[in-house]
Design a protein around this ligand. Structure first.
Ligand code: GLY
Length: 424
């Protein structure tokens, strides 16, 4: 079948890599894609939120399935658009509809949902612009650190951890007065948990689900988990502390109450559901839901799935996921993000990238790359690429990542040197 994948990051390159291996995929198109995805299919210059343009493209190119990478088109209703348009409603779009995508699109929706459905999550309160003074008084009395979350999508920047009441009050004031636009009309003030983070993602057809290999990503920019939050600077799968016993708790205390709650509340959720978790004294707590795969988690999860991924997507579309079982590659997979110096703040772009041809024993998933004036590969974003590799254990996988990271060069290259070290 002809498949259209939406998105342009490292996550989408890894999804494209996996989809392109499927015997069920005839033509793969990526909108808009990046130079890495161009090697696996055909990039098409359409924004994932331009639904009319996506519709025309699907009709002209006999697209039989759309796979959505990023959250924006989901939260803006790409699934609903296709379902409600007579010309394209026969094309399954793999992802949740607009209401279901609120699990990511609205932090207040997600927190209230968790409370109603007994999903373990840190304690919180919600405020809006009409009770700013009350919110500021509340946060000043709160134990530190404290977590502040803008309600809506804020390009990955809407979560702030404050260490002092003054800093928290200042940040809250900024959020409620429009720092993130409408996304900050409401805020969540949440208890800070001590523990270790991990990501568990399920693929669901609204009834059945399969749990994808667990992973851990590294969000801070600096070694030793220091500095600013980023989209993610590396990941490992599986994290050694995701033991059978712990994963059983994730299943019974997190995944099942969430999926049962969605059904009880008549929210049909299809696609990937991302559980951002904290392991706190061997108990899982939900920090966030996302309506999509993670980035860079996808760059370690896709390599560990042995199934034909298009067959799994078809089962999501037809409601037959109960007939499928995940087949996992038992090797460890790790990834290291090569970024641009200055990211996640300001950074320069346009530096030629060399050395890709010298890499071996790894998978390079491109993200912030583009073409220079002479068609050469250049940097074009903060996270430039992910170098993923397998190993029989974490040490071997990481060695393969770091050897190959060193083979790729561009001015302003930056990467963390300690991915996975805390869990070895
Ligand atoms: N790596 C975190 C995320 O994708 O949200």
């Amino acid at each position: 079948m002809n498949i259209l994948l939406l998105g342009s990051g490292g996550r989408e390159h890894a999804l494209a890599w996996k989809i392109a291996q499927s015997p069920d995929c005839s033509q793969l198109y990526i909108a808009p894609g990046n130079p890495g995805t161009a090697e696996l299919g055909t990039n098409v210059p359409i924004k994932p939120t331009d639904f009319e343009a996506l519709k025309s493209f699907c009709l002209s190119n006999q697209i039989q399935m759309v796979v959505v990478g990023p959250e924006d088109p989901l939260v803006h209703g790409v699934v609903d658009f296709f379902e409600q348009d007579a010309a394209v409603k026969h094309i399954p779009v793999i992802g949740p509809n607009k209401i279901a995508a609120q699990m990511e699109g609205s932090k207040t929706f997600a927190k209230a949902f968790m409370l109603r459905n007994n999903v373990q999550t840190p304690a919180y309160r919600e405020f809006n612009q009409s009770n700013t003074d009350e919110a500021i008084n509340y946060v000043k009395q709160h134990s530190m650190p404290v977590v502040l979350k803008a309600d809506g999508l804020a390009a990955g920047k809407g979560v702030v951890i404050s260490n002092t009441p003054e800093e928290a009050a200042h940040e809250l004031q900024l959020m409620l007065s429009g720092k993130f636009g409408d996304a900050g009309n409401k805020v969540v003030i949440e208890q800070f948990l001590h523990g270790i983070e991990l990501t568990v993602i399920v693929l669901t057809d609204g009834n059945s689900y399969i749990i994808l290999p667990p992973s851990k990503d590294y969000k801070r920019i600096g070694d030793g988990d220091t500095g600013l939050n980023t989209g993610g600077m590396g990941a490992v799968s599986p994290p050694p502390f995701a033991t059978d016993d712990f994963m059983q708790k994730v299943k019974s205390k997190i995944i099942e109450p969430t999926l049962d709650g969605l059904k009880k509340e008549n929210i049909l959720y299809k696609g990937f559901l991302y559980f951002g978790l904290f392991n706190c004294n061997n108990e899982p707590y939900v920090i966030e839901y996302n309506a999509r795969m993670g980035d860079p988690e996808t760059q370690v999860i896709m390599p560990r799935i042995k199934n034909n991924i298009v067959e799994l997507f078809t089962a999501v579309a037809t409601g037959t996921l109960n007939t499928k079982t995940l087949i996992t590659d038992e090797r460890v997979c790790t990834t290291v993000i090569l970024a641009s110096h200055g990211y996640p703040e300001t950074f320069e772009k346009g530096f030629p990238i060399t050395g890709l041809e010298n890499t071996e024993n790894c998978m390079v998933f491109q993200a912030g790359t583009g073409y220079g004036n002479n068609g050469e590969l250049v940097t074009s974003g903060g996270r430039v690429m992910a170098v993923s590799a397998y190993g029989n254990d974490l040490a071997e996988a990481l060695r393969n990542c770091y050897i190959n990271a060193g083979r790729i060069y561009y001015d302003s290259r930056y990467f963390r040197r300690d991915i996975g070290f805390d869990v070895m």
